[in-house]
Write a protein that binds this ligand. Structure first.
Ligand SMILES: Cc1cc2nc3c(=O)[nH]c(=O)nc-3n(C[C@H](O)[C@H](O)[C@H](O)COP(=O)(O)OP(=O)(O)OC[C@H]3O[C@@H](n4cnc5c(N)ncnc54)[C@H](O)[C@@H]3O)c2cc1C
Length: 459
């Protein structure tokens, strides 16, 4: 990047919010995926006006700009694969307004999820998507990836809560979408177009989110099964039972074995487990829901049902689910966590199919996930320094994506496409859909300066 451009950037953001220092650029070379590429400069804008001026400069001089939140993305979305500039939004982190009467909150994109949770707690409200990375990920990143979480079956994903946005287009123009209303049927839904656009259409500089009253009571249980189909049937019948649990997690046989052998967690021998949580505002309400769940679990031959009688016991059950990632990671130097999603009734087919595929390639794996919304997280462990294992991983992942699409599913339920899944996107979307998405990218960003190379939208 020419010195005159660096000088102009310093004038826009100030000396203290610009760097081309190698030591500061290295952490911006990667996110939580397997991809990396170093940017030439990084900036920390503090206002929409600065974001706009940076994009006007980039559009004039044709250098790539990659927006970035906390860099926890699992698909390489924030990796500056074409070099250029990293725009770190972490300093735009004000909670602008909490409007309880309107059931909404207005935030800047760099607000960390957990900070919003803490700010809403005294009002008895919450923002439900709750990704596991909530202690560090930003709301801008959540909107850009349409992040979800463990309570998705009942509460949906980020998309269900974004009422409006302010975004800066690649040519520097500032656009406001949506409205301050809980509902609107007015015009094409530009807000939803930005949600999940992974920084390819505009830089999000302000977000209006719908919020919910926070449930204060929960009930938790864990059931074991001697075969996967009974567990799968339980999931389907729970969904049919007239209540919606806030959590409905499925763990496969490998997960149980890995937790027992490597996590030293005492679990019954089982082919599958289901963790269920019900939530509400009174003990009677959560108990009513949990009774329905237990009825279904018993009817489907659960071999062991543990019901938490206290907050401490509930924490013990949750520990099982929350330990999976760190325990599985011990098996090899690297791991990849996918987030394939199918219609709920196909979850057992997907789990069985993934097991067969990965077993064929001989790599260690666990499969768990949010059965309540059809979203599984197969996690495959491998050693990146071994080309044979890398190739086996690539082939296994490709077969998993093909299987998912055959089952009527989607490549990503919550992590996004980024770089990691870009080569496979056309398995899910036919050429008409791919061409339409690429045409939209071109309309917004004719010079392809904003997060180029992502989502198979541009080079
Ligand atoms: C341990 C761990 C657990 C995780 N658990 C979950 C989970 O439960 N559910 C889930 O959905 N994800 C999960 N993730 C993935 C990740 O946390 C989410 O995708 C999150 O939304 C990314 O937020 P971020 O601030 O880190 O964004 P980044 O990783 O910095 O960016 C993600 C994408 O958003 C774009 N972007 C960021 N900010 C903006 C902006 N202001 N305007 C335009 N584009 C922008 C970037 O260009 C990039 O394409 C997990 C990741 C880790 C490491």
């Amino acid at each position: 990047m020419e010195d005159c451009i660096k000088q102009a950037l310093m004038e826009i953001v100030g000396l203290e919010n610009f760097t081309d220092d190698l030591i500061e650029l290295v952490p911006y070379s990667y996110d939580a995926s397997d991809h990396d590429h170093r940017p030439e400069v990084a900036v920390w804008p503090t206002s929409t006006e600065q974001v706009s001026n940076i994009l006007i400069l980039a559009n004039g001089h044709l250098f790539p700009v990659t927006p970035r939140g906390a860099g926890t993305g699992l698909s390489g979305g924030a990796v500056p694969v074409r070099g250029g500039l990293i725009m770190d939004l972490c300093k735009m982190n004000r909670i602008i307004d909490i409007r309880i009467a309107d059931r909404q909150v207005i935030v800047e994109p760099g607000v960390v999820y957990a900070d919003l949770e803490n700010a809403l707690a005294p009002h008895g409200f919450f923002f439900p998507p709750d990704p596991s990375s909530s202690s560090v990920c930003t709301l801008g990143g959540n909107v850009a990836t349409n992040a979800g979480g463990i309570r998705g079956a009942k509460y949906g994903t980020t998309r269900d809560y974004v009422l409006g946005l302010e975004a800066v287009l690649p040519n520097g123009q500032v656009i406001r979408t949506g409205s301050g209303c809980i509902k609107s049927s007015s015009g094409l839904d530009l807000t939803r177009l930005f949600v999940g656009s992974e920084g390819t259409l505009g830089v999000i500089t302000e977000i209006t989110l719908k919020i919910n009253p926070k449930p204060i009571e929960t009930k938790t249980s864990l059931a074991s099964f001697s075969n996967l189909s009974d567990a799968g049937q339980s999931v389907i019948e729970i969904i049919h039972s007239g209540i919606l649990p806030s959590v409905l997690e499925l763990l496969d046989e490998n997960t149980i074995q890995v937790l027992t052998e490597h996590g030293k967690i005492d679990l019954p021998h089982a082919a599958a487990m289901i963790l269920v949580e019900t939530d509400g505002y009174t003990d009677a309400e959560t108990s009513f829901q949990m009774d329905k769940v237990i009825e279904v679990l018993k009817r489907n031959n659960a071999t062991d049902i543990r019901i938490a009688r206290s907050a401490r016991e509930a924490k013990e059950l949750w520990k099982i689910r929350k330990s999976i990632g760190s325990v599985a990671a011990q098996l090899r130097t690297h791991n990849v966590s996918e987030d394939v999603t199918v219609p709920i009734s196909k979850i057992v087919d997907l789990m069985t199919g993934i097991s067969n595929i990965v077993r064929h390639y001989g790599l260690p794996f666990v499969i768990f996930g949010h059965a309540g919304d059809g979203n599984l997280h197969p996690r495959i462990m491998y050693d990146r320094s071994d080309p044979d294992q890398v190739e086996k991983l690539r082939m296994a992942v490709e077969e998993i994506f093909k299987l998912t699409c055959r089952l009527g599913g989607t490549l990503s339920g919550e992590h996004g496409i980024g770089l990691a899944k870009a080569p496979y996107l056309s398995l899910e979307h036919d050429s008409m859909r791919m061409n339409l998405m690429r045409a939209i990218k071109k309309l917004f960003d004719p010079n392809n300066i904003l997060n180029p190379g992502k989502m198979a939208l541009s080079n």
